[in-house]
Ligand binder design. Structure first.
Ligand code: HEC
Length: 119
């Protein structure tokens, strides 16, 4: 193999954009139960951020139906759910929920509020 060909192959492998396919291996039905137990009190039954506890929070829970949330990738939302959002009442659920439950609850959110990358 010539050096030039090798360079082209290396460049191709480096410059190929990461796969952003929205494949979630979660179960939305199981995720709904997780949501109701862990998330509803802040994000609300309609995912609009108006849960019963939201009134007392200085930083209001995200409206998970918003364009802002829908335009985020699964990965970004998963990071928010597992690590929490810094300086907000949204704490991380890694350790509290299993990896499968994290995927399930993400599936549930996506099923109610599908991804939208149009803008
Ligand atoms: C104590 C209240 C509270 C609980 C409980 C809670 N959240 Fe949050 N959540 C928040 C707040 C506050 C934010 C940050 C809003 C902001 O950044 O302005 C947030 C942000 C998020 C985001 C990021 C949205 C975005 O567009 O970046 C996701 C996703 C999310 N929460 C999902 C969940 C899930 C799933 C659960 C349950 C497993 C959960 N939250 C439980 C309060 C809560």
């Amino acid at each position: 193999m010539t050096t030039r060909l090798m360079m082209v192959m290396i460049l191709l492998s480096v410059s190929t954009p990461p796969i952003v396919a929205q494949v979630i291996r979660g179960d939305a039905t199981a995720g709904q139960r997780v949501y109701e137990q862990q998330c509803l009190r802040c994000h609300g039954a309609k995912l609009d951020g108006n849960g019963p506890d939201s009134r007392d929070l200085i930083v209001r829970p995200a409206d998970l139906r918003s364009q802002s949330t829908r335009s985020k990738t699964d990965w970004e939302l998963l990071v928010a759910i597992s690590n929490g959002v810094l300086f907000t009442p949204m704490h991380g659920f890694r350790g509290k929920l299993t990896d499968q439950q994290l995927l399930d609850v993400l599936s549930y959110i996506r099923s109610v509020s599908p991804p939208d990358f149009s803008s």
